[in-house]
Write a protein that binds this ligand. Structure first.
Ligand code: GDP
Ligand code: IMO
Ligand code: MG
Length: 436
């Protein structure tokens, strides 16, 4: 009999790296993926949908991607929209056109693959998302209004359509029938427009025709690649604190945004993955929900302006807070982050002082350094103050180029989180990076 141990460790390669947002999204994942993709064979989105907005700075200017993975600029990278992603096929067709219009090659079936198991977002999901938000009134979540939650809900209810249905007329017809027969009575009760099976069929079959060459069994291809030790970069969307289970529920998205979703959302086995957590040098959040380190007034306004903190998808002003070591430690532990990338350090230039949250004081008067599931609404931060710096950091390329105050701040982040900060981003450009 073959010895057991070698088989056990056969696939224990570290050729898969997951880049995950550590806070509430918009940490700079797009930039980091674009930077790391130079060394990758595959870049794979594993969750979320076009609620994501990942920014790349190209020689031709800024490009924001919502569904197309952020490795698309690199010629030899195969980009994959994994099964955990919810795909609005009409949006995807438009996004592909937009990327191509910038002179970037997208060949479906070659450098862009879409999992046939990925679920479809319909116009009806968008309508439903907005209806829910309205019905919630003051308790609204502040979703991106793109139908994400209702699409994932239909997946769980087993009435969703999958991308593979779009290129199989019989399956598509049957799936639409099933969906409409369950949704229409509910929609009628809510006063929402009735879904027309024939109109849906026409629209989805047409989108399927345009995407046909790219709709494949992506999980199988990824497992083959993984066995062959190909370098696979998993591109997280949103952030750990928006994870449907581990985030600030109910003020979360509807997917497993932390690394837990990386395996179920791709079909890759849970072997030897390296996790890189992305954090900003301060904190931001879009939408409602608790944000213990949140700043108000002039300081928030100045940071928002300096960091151009407006949503990449909806354009909403992002809420701003200090770097929160309680939240970062929680997410890093949860996601298994072995190293951190700190982005936007350059944005802190010009401030006399800034602060790092070390503990929370909860509404009942107790103090904690734990990111608790209940009670964050009334929490106030306890902070440590740092001297600011005035030097422009955008040209710094070595850790020693940074002013002493900026170095102290990064080292304090390392001490407080217990995780090495191996990369520091000092500007939106691909080359504005310090490696340690
Ligand atoms: P993602 O969703 O995590 O990919 O992040 P977004 O693209 O939504 O938001 C990040 C924003 O910060 C974008 O406008 C980036 O161009 C920008 N950005 C990324 N890294 C840096 C950095 O180090 N400094 C500055 N000033 N901007 C950055
Ligand atoms: P990237 O990948 C920031 C937020 C929304 C809202 C909540 C639920 O660019 O980091 P949803 O539409 O998903 O049901 O909204 O989640 N949200 C994001 N915030 N960055 C994102 O993605 C986000 N995707 C969703 O603002 O609070
Ligand atoms: Mg974003």
């Amino acid at each position: 009999m073959a010895p057991y141990a070698p088989r056990l460790f056969r696939s224990n390669c570290m050729s898969t790296t997951c880049v995950v947002g550590i806070l509430w999204g918009d940490e700079g994942k797009g930039k980091v993926i674009d930077f790391l993709a130079a060394d990758a064979d595959f870049v794979v989105r594993y969750g979320g949908g076009h609620n994501a907005g990942h920014t790349l700075i190209l020689p031709s200017g800024k490009m924001v991607l919502h569904l197309v993975p952020s490795g698309i600029v690199h010629e030899r990278v195969t980009n994959v929209i994994g099964n955990g992603v919810v795909v609005d096929p009409l949006h995807l067709v438009k996004e592909i056109d937009g990327v191509r219009a910038r002179g970037i090659r997208i060949a479906l079936g070659e450098n862009l693959l879409i999992s046939e198991r990925a679920h479809v977002i319909l116009e009806a999901h968008r309508v439903q998302d907005q209806w829910h938000e309205q019905a919630r009134g003051k308790g609204r979540i502040g979703t991106t209004g793109r139908g994400i939650g209702p699409a994932y809900a239909d997946r769980c209810n087993r009435i969703g359509l999958r991308m593979g249905d779009l290129i199989r007329p019989d399956a598509l017809r049957a799936g639409i029938e099933r969906l409409c027969s369950e949704k229409n009575p509910l929609f009628a009760g809510a006063g929402l427009p009735e879904l027309s099976p024939s109109a849906l069929f026409e629209q989805l079959a047409a989108a399927g025709e345009q995407l046909r060459a790219g709709i494949v069994d992506a999980g199988h291809l990824l497992r083959v690649a993984h066995k062959a030790n190909k370098r696979i970069l998993l591109e997280g969307a949103q952030g750990c604190l928006l994870d449907v289970e581990h985030g600030t529920y109910p003020y979360v998205t509807s997917s497993h945004a932390s690394t837990g979703g990386a395996f179920s959302g791709t079909g890759l086995p849970p072997h030897g993955m390296r996790t890189v957590g992305i954090v900003k040098a301060y904190a931001t959040r879009v939408g409602e929900g608790p944000f213990p380190s949140e700043l108000h007034g002039e300081m928030a306004e100045r940071l928002r302006k300096a960091g151009n903190e407006y949503g990449s998808t909806t354009g909403r002003p992002r809420r701003i807070g200090w770097f929160d070591t309680v939240a970062v430690r929680y997410s890093a532990d949860l996601s298994g982050a072995q190293e951190l990338v700190v982005t936007n350090l350059d944005v802190l230039s010009g401030f006399d002082a800034f602060e790092l949250v070390t503990h929370y004081r909860l509404a009942d008067g107790t103090t904690t350094d734990r990111f608790v599931a209940f009670g964050l609404e009334g929490a106030t931060p306890i902070t440590q103050r740092f001297a600011g710096f005035s030097q422009n950091l955008r040209e710094c390329r070595r850790f020693d180029d940074l002013p002493a105050q900026a170095r102290d701040y990064v080292l304090a982040i390392e001490r407080a989180t217990g995780i090495p900060v191996k990369t520091i981003s000092v500007g939106p450009g691909r080359d504005q990076v310090i490696l340690r």
